[in-house]
Write a protein that binds this ligand. Structure first.
Ligand code: ADP
Ligand code: ZN
Ligand code: ZN
Length: 739
């Protein structure tokens, strides 16, 4: 028996090994094995059983790790597709399909000793006083972890052993699962009667679930926040459970709150379709991840909720993949393999005969374009479930305000009044500014000096609470100068420019001294639980004004929030990325969706210096269609996605000229090497948006094509042949999400 093995080191090759007789029974495709490699032993995954080896003299597999193969054939072939499509080594792709803790199996199941009361046949034997106390506790619990018993009875393990000797209790090791939501109580729910729109959507989805071989398997469920998408997901899942299949629900990391998880757990916590719901996301401990993953692998959890990498969860058979907030950029992984979970999900579903539902209020241009072309089936939920109107959005022209107030105000008069009114009525306010810190930069008005990062081409942000200048790209920190550091200037008038969340927090304190204000950005969250705790306080009404970065913009449901303010809508508009307009539209729509989810009508204030920008105006009217139509024209004129596919090659090096020259050279090789693809557009090399980041200079070549799979293959073949300087690295990003 010969197996082909992918090793854990990225060498871009697979190796064949002989399987000794005693291991044959244990080895299948997907098994993890320890194999000799040079003088070392390495871990690897069996990717195939082969007839004849690549070389005649094969070395032996040393051992098989774990009882069950971890990578199922389905996931293995998905990893291979990923490596090919995203131009990365198979090993890299394989690594990302298993959580680290599962792959390395450092954290096994946690075993603990449990004490269990045995049934007494012949009555209670004589006990000492101490033994009697311990016995009473065991009897009350029936079963209790040894450690808890010792604590509760203030006793020693010896005393418990005496009870065991007398045949009263059994002490046995048992697996104790780490449940990240152990302390939540879950109230079971049953399905709601659907409204007409939901009913129609569900019918179509179920129809395809029953006959996946006919018709289009990908749905776009387009509905505003509060239109009842989640209820449709829940009932679609119920249907696939009835079919004996499982479901994966992808949610952006940031929306993966206990609230979200609870809605799914509550629906499937009892009844005939009862199943565990596993949760996979980056905040779990390694041990928790291990346990959650194995619950899925063993088939005990047939529903998985998770962030990006949950798309690889070993649900088998798989009936449904839901991608909530499909437009979110966090679905794209920013390191190799640079995959997009939505797109991988669609490919996986296609191979496994599953159905995909993409849900959002603001579809990405790519998804809506595909729906328009009939590649996906479009389902619309036109209004909110409760027929509540969408909040009134007021756009405040900050240019006028600036003229009135001499200088740039943080709060316009209208926004100030709005907040005052809401606070007086005991309602809650959310304010949003996508920039943390106190000020964006430190500047000298006399000589024009701006404090910049020594490693990146950005200015340093001023953080007041710890009096530091910080780089938001690389994390570089330095002290705050009292005078201008330019030797010939030394002016003491150095001042802050550009407003961050800390500054808004300070101003709020002055304007509304009685209000309870909390700031929520990555600086304010110090511990793992802070996010949860702050939101909980907000929900309980212990906070009046919640102020934050994009962290607070997503999928949260607070009925008492009646006013949402966007302090500067322009921040996301003026980034040099062709998706700036799309992103601003999405952001404004999502943020606006936070207001008025309860009984009181909500209102939204958008403060902006460019109030007539189409992204702002369409968001103001809640007009997705209008936005899409004007945006797709703009993309068409420039041959940008979704009209063409894109691939970004970033060259990275410490030496500016060498990196630039390497980029020129690579472009030349592409031009002469890839000639058979019609309509291939090659742009650049150009300086990356941030020319310098973390001391690396970066140049970009952008390729556009109608057939990305073909381009990917050509590129992979070409990259092996080009000879770039050792100190210049190339990053291939297929379908890049950001620039
Ligand atoms: P979305 O996921 O689109 O934001 P949700 O599914 O969360 O919308 O629905 C918003 C609210 O409406 C939730 O509180 C949900 O329980 C409720 N809801 C959804 N569908 C119905 C229905 N058919 N009847 C009554 N209430 C519903
Ligand atoms: Zn100066
Ligand atoms: Zn930096």
């Amino acid at each position: 028996m010969i197996v082909r093995v992918t090793l854990e080191i990225a060498v871009g090759k697979e190796f064949d090994y002989q399987v000794p007789l005693d291991l044959r029974r244990l080895v299948t495709v997907g098994s993890r094995v320890k194999v000799p490699f040079g003088p070392r032993q390495l871990m690897g995954v069996v990717t195939a059983l082969v007839e004849t080896g690549k070389v005649t003299k094969l070395r032996d597999v040393v051992s098989v790790v774990g009882k069950q193969s971890l990578v199922t054939p389905n996931i293995l072939s998905l990893a291979r597709w990923m490596a090919e499509y995203y131009c990365c080594p198979v090993e890299t792709a394989l690594k990302s399909v298993l959580p680290d803790s599962v792959r390395k199996e450092r954290e096994g199941w946690k075993e603990r000793l449990f004490v269990r009361a045995l049934s007494l046949d012949g009555g209670l034997p004589p006990l000492t006083k101490r033994q009697a106390t311990v016995w009473a506790i065991v009897e009350r619990h029936r079963e209790i972890p040894l450690q808890s018993l010792i604590r509760e009875a203030k006793t020693s393990p010896e005393t418990v052993r005496r009870l065991e000797d007398k045949g009263l209790v059994a002490i046995t090791p048992q697996v104790l699962e780490r449940d990240p939501f152990a302390n939540e109580t879950i109230v079971p729910t049953t399905k709601l009667a659907l409204n007409e729109g939901q009913e129609k959507a569900l019918d179509e989805i179920i129809g395809v679930c029953d006959r996946p071989e006919e018709g289009q398997q990908v749905f776009l469920l387009h509905g505003v926040t509060g239109s009842g998408k989640t209820e449709v997901y829940l009932q679609a899942i119920e249907h696939v459970l009835e079919q004996g299949k499982g479901a994966i629900v992808l949610v952006p990391e940031i929306s993966l709150t206990p609230q979200t998880v609870e809605r799914f757990k509550a629906r499937f916590s009892q009844g005939p379709l009862r199943t565990l719901v596993a949760v996979l996301h980056s905040h779990l401990s390694a041990g928790e991840k291990h346990d959650e993953w194995h619950k899925i692998r063993q088939g005990r959890a047939r529903i998985v909720i998770g962030a990006r990498s949950a798309v690889f969860a070993p649900v088998d058979p798989l009936g449904l993949i839901i991608v909530d907030e499909e437009h979110e950029y966090s679905y794209k992984q920013e390191e190799a393999p640079r995959y997009h979970a939505r797109d991988v999900g669609i490919v996986r579903a296609q191979r496994e005969g599953a159905v995909v539902v993409l849900g959002t209020a603001t579809p990405s241009m790519e998804t809506y374009y595909n729906a328009q072309r009939g590649k996906y089936r479009l389902l619309e939920l036109a209004s909110r479930v409760d027929t509540k109107t969408l909040p009134l959005v007021r756009v405040v022209d900050l240019r006028l305000e600036a003229r009135k107030e001499k200088g740039i105000p943080i709060f316009s008069l209208k926004l100030k009044e709005g907040i005052t009114q809401r606070l007086e009525r005991g309602e809650q306010v959310m304010l949003f500014l996508n920039r943390r810190g106190y000020a964006a930069s430190l500047q000298c008005p006399l000589c024009g000096f701006v404090a910049g990062c020594p490693h990146c081409s950005v200015s340093l942000a001023y953080h007041r609470h710890d009096a530091q200048l910080r780089c938001h790209v690389c994390g570089h920190v330095e002290g705050v100068p009292r005078v201008c550091p330019q030797p010939e200037c030394r002016s003491p008038q150095i001042r802050y420019a550009g407003i961050g969340t800390e500054r808004v927090e300070e101003t709020l304190g002055k304007l509304f001294p009685k209000a309870r204000v909390r700031r929520m950005d990555s600086d304010a969250l110090r511990r793992k639980d802070d996010y949860r705790l702050i939101l909980n306080e907000f929900r309980l009404g212990k906070i009046d004004i919640l102020l934050g970065t994009q962290m607070i913009a997503k999928g949260l449901h607070f009925p008492n929030v009646t006013l949402v303010g966007i302090v500067y809508a322009d921040l996301s508009l003026h980034i040099p990325d062709f998706r700036a307009g799309e992103r601003t539209f999405q952001l404004l729509t999502q943020v606006a969706g936070r207001a008025g989810r309860g009984d009181v009508e909500g209102e939204v204030f958008v403060q902006s210096f460019t109030p007539f920008h189409p992204a702002i105006q369409h968001a103001r009217r809640h007009d997705y269609q209008g936005f899409y139509e004007q945006e797709v024209e703009f993309r068409r004129e420039l041959s940008y996605p979704p009209l063409m596919r894109m691939c970004a090659l970033t060259l990275r090096g410490r030496h500016e000229d060498r990196t630039r020259m390497a980029a020129e050279y690579l472009k030349g090789r592409i031009e002469e090497g890839i000639t058979d693809l019609r309509e291939l557009i090659i742009a650049g090399p150009a300086e990356a948006t941030l020319l310098r980041a973390e001391s690396f200079y970066r140049f970009q070549i952008v390729l556009r094509t109608h057939s990305m799979a073909a381009l990917g293959q050509r590129l992979a073949a070409l990259m092996v042949k080009v000879d770039l300087p050792d100190d210049v690295q190339v990053i291939v990003d297929i379908d890049p999400a950001t620039f």
